[in-house]
Write a protein that binds this ligand. Structure first.
Ligand code: NAD
Length: 368
């Protein structure tokens, strides 16, 4: 079975779907690995390191894709490349089918198997394949560091002969995988951190990191699989009213709230931004999902009344070396479920494969 890794082509994407360690693991599964020349360079993975572990490096992208049994990538394979794949080949990526309908239709028309890492069910058995979590961890770390680097104040308390510098007050909205990592990172930098989430279970996780959980006294409803569900308009209005004071009292607000497959919940309004002190910072990880803050512009940093609002784009790509290493492990673990002695042997009744399979046998089988 020939596993190929083409160069990522999306703007600003620095991650790569294979690292040297993964080449050896794929060989142990009975696969050969071929990588487009230079595919790992932005993640500081050299062609030589990959070759040392047994990969073949190929300069001709078209020939590489035509030769593939399995294509591994971070972003979905570009729609223009789909026609290069042979019928029965497979592609594993963050396919996000709701955002890439053209690719999904192309894969089905070509009878290519499309597996979407973002649809791997969040069950215990699938934790080692959970690329949403591995990349969210990197993203949360990034958000805290961006905030610390652009804030005009330091994060830690400093008691010096020249006087005392108070610690920064950081508020994290949305304490999922990314939010918790942002909390942990801001705490390590010495900030005083508080956090809020609609899921009751997150309160203990927040406290275990040494942060204060902001209890708004609102009754919330949990969704399935540990996720939040969409809250009512009345709930969100009340939530904004209660959050206003906490936001105004914060030096830094990191927003990392999301509901799977839905636009980012709007937690910070323009009015709240106007209520913040000049020099405050908002880092919005929900930017690509439409923004947790009303004034966010994705991929940009805007300043409103002296408040900097960072619309984070592709946060995990900011640390491509570790993000790629974790992602490549997620891919290898998912492939271990499918490949037996170098042969493609999927059990489509397996909950994990059924959950993440988007196209097979010429059909679109899942769009969720
Ligand atoms: P996510 O990225 O979908 O959402 C981020 C956070 O935003 C969530 O904690 C959510 O509750 C919160 N949120 C949504 N609407 C909000 C609102 N209006 N106000 C405030 N916060 C809001 O979620 P995620 O980080 O991928 O995962 C969330 C949780 O799922 C985890 O913390 C964990 O409990 C669970 N999980 C389980 C597994 C597993 O069992 N394998 C794996 C990963 C995550």
């Amino acid at each position: 079975m020939r596993v190929v890794v083409p160069q990522e082509t999306a703007d600003g994407e620095r991650r790569v779907a294979v690292v040297p360690e993964a080449v050896g693991k794929l060989a142990a599964l009975g696969c050969t690995v071929a990588v487009q020349a230079g595919a790992g360079l932005a993640a500081h993975v050299s062609d030589d390191e990959l070759v040392e572990r047994g990969a073949e490096v190929v300069t001709d992208r078209i020939a590489l894709l035509q030769s593939a049994d399995v294509v591994l990538s971070v972003q979905p394979i570009p729609v223009g490349d789909v026609a290069l794949l042979r019928s029965g080949a497979a592609t594993l990526s963050f396919l996000q089918p709701w955002a890439h309908g053209d690719v999904v239709r192309g894969l089905a028309a070509r009878s290519v198997i499309g597996l979407s890492l973002d649809l791997v069910p969040r069950i215990s058995r699938a934790q080692s394949m959970d690329a949403l979590s591995s990349q969210a961890l990197v993203a949360g770390y990034h958000c805290a560091l961006v905030a610390a680097s652009i804030a005009p104040r330091m994060f830690p308390l400093a008691m010096t002969a020249a006087g005392t510098v108070p610690p920064a007050r950081v508020l994290v909205l949305g304490a999922g995988v990314a939010g918790l990592q942002a909390i942990a990172t801001a705490r390590r930098l010495g900030a005083v951190v508080s956090a809020y989430d609609v899921r009751a279970a997150s309160a203990d996780e927040v406290r275990s990191l040494g942060a204060k959980f902001l209890d708004l006294g609102l009754e919330t409803q949990e969704g399935e699989g540990g996720y939040a569900r969409v809250q009512s308009d009345e709930f969100l209005a009340k939530q904004r009213e209660l959050l206003g004071a906490a936001i105004a009292a914060s030096d830094v607000v990191i927003t990392a709230a999301a509901v799977p497959g839905r636009p980012a919940p709007r937690l910070v309004t323009a009015e709240m931004v106007h209520g913040m002190r000049g020099g405050s910072v908002i880092v919005d990880l929900g930017a690509e999902g439409g923004g947790n803050c009303e004034l966010t512009r994705v991929g940009e940093t805007v300043e409103v009344d002296g408040v900097s609002i960072v619309g984070v784009r592709n946060a995990a790509s900011a640390y491509p070396l570790h993000a790629s290493a974790l992602y490549a492990r997620n891919l290898v673990n998912l492939l271990s479920l499918i490949v037996r002695d170098g042969e493609w042997a999927p059990d489509w009744d397996d909950e994990i494969l059924a959950g993440c399979c988007v196209t097979r046998d010429g059909q679109v089988v899942s769009h969720e």
